[in-house]
Unconditional design. Structure first.
Length: 395
């Protein structure tokens, strides 16, 4: 699961990888660079706001930083190479001793974040407003400024990396220390941030850096995609990719690829709901053969099963649970996969809220393995015609 960073009591977004963002730098650096809050800042003139296509050029800056504190980077000088445009940025991080050896890249496109590290990649989207990073381009009076320097007031001017900037004093706020930030007068670029625990200072600035559609792309590169990152022809994420197989009731394994080798129908839920759903689906599908019907069964809780002395942490406990479940579903005429990991195999089709509500799900998988539609047991009541039409078109 992704690591959630904690700096001074604040939540710093969900990322993953062998060296998460708290290894990029100490908490001080993360607070200086990835101050989180609503990204509603007005983009500087000539740049684009989040969601627009890049305008062709961005602002590039190299920063030198040093912060005391925890994490592997605490007390270690760092170099950050940044390209920024509106709310977007691309940030490559390296140790100051080896500035050309980037060990981590963070890309923010205004709505999603990509983390690249060695051969690993992760992507986070739909982040809550309070967990979104602010841009490197900031204008006094904007919401972005209030997140980066709450209550800040002008306190002078400064030349940084050959650029004229205005210095703002930022009072201590909540659990953060007081600091100063310097913003470029012409572009709003963050030139410097300083506090008692360290600093981040621009040493080079280029206001005319070419950018293209890939500069701020948060799509995981094809050569770094795992099975869980597979996408359909239309770019949508393919379902049922979290594992390769689950135990098959009666013995052996049910391969998830067999389910995704559509067209197929998959029923996901606990036994009572599954049986009720199958009673409506099987007569419509040649008793589960046209198209093939599969079940991903969550066996816990399982009425009539004594699991009190069964531990799924042991091979014997797992085997006994599978045997008991197999006996209870022996009359079901289609393959039943026993999802003993609490619904993990079908978690992208049956949400945690569905599990908590005891909702059963029917999903249609097309020939490419993509999801065509998903219905809950309640929705199926009003959608029988849709199911019949789909079955007719896929048999």
């Amino acid at each position: 699961m992704p690591n959630r960073l904690q700096c001074g009591g604040s939540s710093w977004g969900a990322v993953s990888g062998a060296r998460a963002l708290n290894v990029v730098a100490s908490c001080g650096l993360v607070m200086a660079v990835l101050v989180l809050g609503a990204c509603e800042a007005r983009a500087p003139e000539g740049s684009s706001s989040a969601g627009d296509e890049p305008a062709g050029t961005g602002i590039g800056a190299r920063y030198e930083s040093f912060y005391e504190g925890g994490g592997e980077a605490g007390g270690v000088p760092q170099v950050l190479d940044v390209i920024a445009q509106g709310d977007r940025f691309r940030m490559a991080i390296s140790d100051a001793a080896t500035p050309d050896e980037v060990y981590q890249t963070v890309v923010w496109d205004g709505s999603a974040m990509l983390l690249l590290e060695g051969g690993d990649a992760s992507r986070e989207e739909d982040m809550p407003p309070e967990q979104r990073p602010t841009s490197f381009i900031v204008r006094a009076g904007d919401a972005t400024f209030e997140q980066r320097c709450p209550g800040g007031t002008p306190s002078g001017s400064a030349q940084v990396a050959g650029r004229a900037g205005t210095v703002y004093s930022c009072p201590a706020h909540d659990e953060s220390e007081s600091s100063e930030v310097t913003l470029d007068d012409a572009t709003g670029l963050l030139l410097r941030t300083e506090s008692a625990s360290g600093h981040m200072t621009a040493v080079e600035v280029d206001t005319d850096v070419p950018v293209d559609a890939g500069t701020f792309s948060t799509e995981i590169p094809p050569d770094m995609r795992g099975k869980e990152d597979e996408v359909a022809e239309d770019g949508s994420t393919l379902p049922l990719t979290t594992m390769e197989s689950v135990p098959l009731a009666g013995g052996g394994d049910l391969l998830i690829d067999d389910i995704r080798h559509g067209p197929s129908l998959v029923v996901i839920g606990e036994l009572p709901g599954v049986e009720a759903m199958l009673a409506r689906v099987l007569p419509r599908s040649g008793q589960g053969s046209a198209p093939p019907v599969y079940v991903l069964l969550n066996p816990i809780p399982f009425e009539g099963t004594d699991n009190s002395d069964l531990s799924l942490a042991t091979e014997e406990g797992t085997r006994r649970l599978i045997d008991e479940v197999s006996a209870q579903v022996a009359t079901i005429p289609v393959p039943v996969g026993i999802d003993i990991k609490g619904g993990a195999a079908g978690e992208d089709l049956r949400s945690f809220e569905d599990i908590m509500a005891g909702t059963t799900v029917l999903a249609a998988i097309d020939e490419a393995g993509a999801l065509e539609w998903r219905l809950t047991d309640d929705e199926l009541v009003d959608s029988a015609e849709q199911v019949d039409e789909w079955i007719a078109a896929n048999t």
